[in-house]
Write a protein that binds this ligand. Structure first.
Ligand SMILES: C[S@@+](CC[C@H](N)C(=O)[O-])C[C@H]1O[C@@H](n2cnc3c(N)ncnc32)[C@H](O)[C@@H]1O
Ligand SMILES: O=[N+]([O-])c1ccc2c(c1)CN[C@@H](CO)C2
Length: 265
């Protein structure tokens, strides 16, 4: 039976480079296929951001891992973007990309895909430059703490959160998943927005030699987690086709939730 401590211990062998290769190159990130799952994720995020209802001062990405695709639309709507992760190795990977250092992962294809979706006709390099300028901090996070960012922002609350493949990938069970959502909700202003991507019916995934357990969530379990304190604005799900099943996890699909924190309970 996993516990929060055992999961944290297991994450010590998480390999960012292996994780990126497993999930962010073809076939999962094959943009020649408009139905590829990463293209679908980017479209979900872009559509929510195109609503005109999301924006403000601070956007926090909870659990960036070594990836930035998840904020490629949302970052444009905020004055400051804060990236976070539990592991120093992931925070270092993010800084490598932010500083355009040798060996950094190439997010160009994902950025180009978002530019196509957004249809503003700008070169992807311009968006990449803007994102690098907009990120103010890369800081630690622990979603199982009542203050997931410690004192870094307190008592400031933020206008929006993005989070992708996080809560289910680091919680030992569904109650802990729901509690972790409650913890990050405390960072959010009333009326603030959450854009969350999650795995559906996944029990494990690999990141190099690390084998991480996940809470297997159905669509209904995912929706239900937002029953307290949120209005769901959009919910979408994607079933992974045979062509996109990989041997590095057993996810059956991906969910997207756009939820807005109620002004008051
Ligand atoms: C599947 S990765 C998600 C990475 C990225 N957001 C993405 O979309 O691919 C899960 C992440 O959970 C992080 N993590 C593990 N335990 C955590 C905890 N207690 N609190 C916050 N994040 C944690 C790991 O460092 C890892 O980056
Ligand atoms: O389909 N995808 O684009 C995709 C990207 C990342 C990840 C998954 C699927 C499923 N496993 C999670 C870890 O819990 C990581």
């Amino acid at each position: 039976m996993s516990t929060i401590e055992a999961i944290a211990e297991n994450y010590q062998t998480f390999n960012p480079a292996a994780y990126l290769q497993n999930n962010y190159i073809p076939p999962l990130a094959d943009f020649s296929d408009p139905d590829s799952v990463v293209a679908w994720k980017l479209k979900c995020l872009a559509d929510a951001c195109a609503s005109g209802e999301i924006g403000g001062q601070i956007l926090v990405d909870i659990d960036s891992g070594p990836t930035v695709y998840q904020v490629l639309s949302a970052f444009e709507l905020f004055k400051e973007v804060i990236l976070t992760d539990f592991l120093a190795v992931n925070r270092e990977e993010l800084k490598k990309w932010l500083h355009d250092e040798p060996g950094a992962f190439d997010w160009g294809p994902s950025i180009n895909q978002v530019c196509s979706i957004e249809g503003k006709g700008e070169p992807w390099q311009a968006k990449q430059k803007r994102l690098r300028e907009r990120v103010s901090r890369v800081i630690p996070v622990n979603v199982h703490q009542s203050c997931p960012l410690g004192t870094e922002l307190a008592p400031v609350t933020v206008d929006a959160l993005v989070s992708s493949f996080c809560l289910e990938a680091c919680s030992p069970n569904y109650p802990a998943f729901v509690k972790a959502l409650g913890n990050i909700t405390g960072l959010l202003k009333p009326g603030g927005h959450v854009l969350m991507i999650g795995a559906l019916e996944e029990s494990y995934y690999m990141a190099g030699e690390a084998r991480l357990s996940a809470v297997s969530l159905t669509e209904e379990m995912t929706r239900k987690a937002y029953d307290v304190g949120y209005i769901i604005r959009d919910f979408r799900s994607y079933t992974l086709p045979e062509s996109m099943t990989v041997d590095t996890d057993d996810a059956k699909g991906v969910s997207f939730v756009w939820a807005q924190k109620k002004e008051s309970d």
